[in-house]
Design a protein around this ligand. Structure first.
Ligand SMILES: C[S@@+](CC[C@H](N)C(=O)[O-])C[C@H]1O[C@@H](n2cnc3c(N)ncnc32)[C@H](O)[C@@H]1O
Length: 289
């Protein structure tokens, strides 16, 4: 820990923010790498004559900030971590930074199953950092889950995040293309969740540089119309779900009606669109017969 005067720190902070960037990314950096929480950072001006303790020196923090400003690298990748619900997760450039709008999926699951203590078997297809699966495994410790991804490096990050968040062993990890690693679980799954790549190719080309340059393409593009992976997941889901098992899919802001039709066409019932906090039909859910 390095001890510096609050006055010196506040002077340095003003200089950094005058170079550009947003306050939120700056506080993220100071919290994750500097070790000063946002609430402590906000109360520093109360006692400017005091001292504070930093985990890393100002030169190091400045080098990360300059890198962020120069290349528009997401601050989460530079710090190697992100926050999602109440989890602190490691992220690398192989892994999509889990988005706040996805957080709602845990509440949807809770809305369906409540606090029922019976044993359930869930699968998440395309787990990335592991955010969804880890949150479910922690919230429902009596459930058993499998988190899959096409990329073994991604799964290693998800595994590491699980081990650092939980002392239990109710979540396993399998590598492969969508349903392929789940051959032995046909007809056994109570719940399947996926936030698959769903961005149409032409829309992807127009995304901000920070996303296109740094976030994994394989996690984002869903073919020409964005529905390539969603369609494949829905078509094969009836083979793997138990009778009355649930499928919960995240989709692009304008895809919910199409996803709903696909679910109905594949004989799903109780099909519903669930809005996110901005009123966008972000999730489509249904159960197999
Ligand atoms: C949109 S990201 C979602 C990550 C995470 N579940 C979340 O919500 O933040 C999609 C994930 O699907 C994985 N993926 C892409 N194609 C896949 C495939 N064919 N089979 C399995 N996983 C795939 C990607 O590697 C990526 O981790």
């Amino acid at each position: 820990m390095l001890c510096i005067s609050i006055k010196e720190f506040l002077f340095w902070k003003k200089k950094q923010l005058s170079k550009g960037g947003d306050q939120q990314s700056f506080t993220f950096l100071i919290d994750c790498i500097g070790g000063i929480s946002t609430s402590d950072l906000n109360s520093l001006t109360i006692n400017p004559e005091g001292k504070l303790y930093l985990k890393k020196n100002l030169y190091y923090l400045e080098s990360i900030w300059d890198n962020y400003l120069l290349h528009s690298t997401p601050i989460q990748y530079l710090c190697g971590v992100t926050f999602w619900r109440d989890l602190k997760l490691r992220v690398t450039d192989k892994v999509l930074i889990p988005r706040p709008e996805t957080e709602l999926v845990i509440d949807i699951v809770h809305g369906i199953f409540g606090n029922k203590s019976q044993k359930l078997f869930f699968v998440e297809l395309g787990t990335g950092s592991g955010a969804i699966s880890i949150a479910l495994a922690l919230k429902f410790p009596m459930w058993e889950g499998i988190a899959t991804d096409i990329d073994q490096d991604v799964l290693e990050v998800a595994k590491e995040n699980y081990v650092s968040s939980s002392e239990k062993s109710n979540l396993k990890f399998c590598c492969g293309h969508w349903w392929t690693p789940l051959e032995s679980f046909k007809g056994k799954l109570d719940l399947v969740i996926s936030n698959p790549p769903y961005i149409p190719k032409d829309i992807y080309e127009k995304l901000p540089k920070a996303v296109k340059k740094f976030e994994p393409k394989i996690a984002l593009i869903g073919g020409e119309d964005g529905l390539e992976h969603i369609s494949e997941i829905i078509q094969k889901a009836p083979l793997y779900l138990r009778k009355k098992g649930w499928l919960i899919l995240e989709n692009h802001f304008d895809q919910a009606e199409k996803v709903k039709k696909l679910l109905i066409k594949n004989k799903f019932t109780s099909v519903e669109i669930v809005n996110d906090f901005s009123g966008v039909g972000r999730f489509t859910i249904g159960r197999y017969k």
